[in-house]
Each structure stands twice: as C-alpha cells, then as structure tokens.
Design a protein around this ligand. Structure first.
Ligand code: AMP
Ligand code: ZN
Length: 139
C-alpha cells in the first residue's frame, strides 16, 4: 500500500469508486473521465508498478479480469470493439503510478480509434536489429 496513491485510497475506501468487481486481490471500477462511457479500470489491490516489476501471477489475474470486463461490455453495452491500454511511466502517458489496465468499449457508430500513428523502419535490417536487441534481453 502506498499512502498517497489515488488507487490505494480507493482500495482502502478513502475515495469513492463505482465498483464493478472485486475479490481479495483485484478490483475493477469506472474511470471518472471515460474515453467512452463504460470505460473501466482493472487494478491489483496491492500497490504494484510498473508492469516490469509486477509479479506474473498478479498479471495473470489482472488480464483474466480484463477479459471478463471486456465480455461484460460486449454483453451489457453492445460494444462492437474493445481497446485494452496500459501505460508505464510519465513518458508513456501514465498519470496514476499504480498498475492499471484500461478496458474501453468501442462502438461502430464512432470513428475507429487507436491513439497511435503507425510509422516505418528505415530498412528491414533496422527492424531485425530491434528484434534482435529485444530477443537478447529476454529473461
Ligand atoms: P493513466 O494515464 O493510464 O495513468 O490513467 C489514469 C486514469 O485514472 C485516468 O484515465 C483517470 O481518469 C483515472 N482516474 C484518476 N483518478 C481517478 C479516480 N479517483 N477514480 C476513477 N478514475 C480515476
Ligand atoms: Zn497504489
């Protein structure tokens, strides 16, 4: 638990939240500033951050709940698509430093949305070089 962390405060009941699901380890609740109505956040109750330091066992629990929320958004809101987003670090756009997955319903009536711009590599060799560097660092 982190004293000042907004999501830890929600877990402790010190801040309100519209909860969708909770058990001993994980919690899903409404994002107060939804990208689309129904936008849900999935978090661990224990304070973990970022993804590189979160135990794999917890990540499995989180992604399983992400899937359940996505299925419920399709069933309850008739979502035509779902975006799952997860930011690590200020550089990546993260605001709350407590690991969370955004589960965002998307609708055919809206513009297709993906908040990144595809670019290109200078050459196939450059792409292979990036692949090799990541491959060599896998643990
Ligand atoms: P991120 O930029 O990935 O760190 O996203 C943090 C998200 O938390 C934003 O989408 C905020 O709208 C949301 N948020 C911040 N404070 C609260 C809160 N008290 N209750 C619900 N959602 C929150
Ligand atoms: Zn926290």
């Amino acid at each position: 638990m982190s004293q000042d962390c907004v999501f830890c405060k929600i877990v402790r009941g010190e801040l309100p939240a519209a909860k969708v699901f909770e058990d001993n380890e994980v919690l899903a609740f409404m994002d107060i500033n939804p990208v689309m109505k129904g936008h849900t956040l999935v978090i661990p109750k224990a304070h973990h951050d970022p993804i590189t330091k979160t135990p794999p066992k917890m990540l499995r629990k989180l992604i399983t709940l992400v899937q359940r929320i996505a299925r419920a958004q399709v069933a309850a809101l008739q979502a035509d698509g779902i975006n799952v987003s997860q930011a690590n670090g200020v550089t990546a756009g993260q605001i709350v430093p407590h690991i969370h997955f955004h589960v965002i319903p998307r609708f055919a009536s809206n513009e297709p949305h993906r908040n990144w711009t595809p670019a290109t590599y200078d050459s196939p060799e450059e792409m292979n070089d990036y692949a090799e560097r990541i491959k060599q660092a896998l643990t």
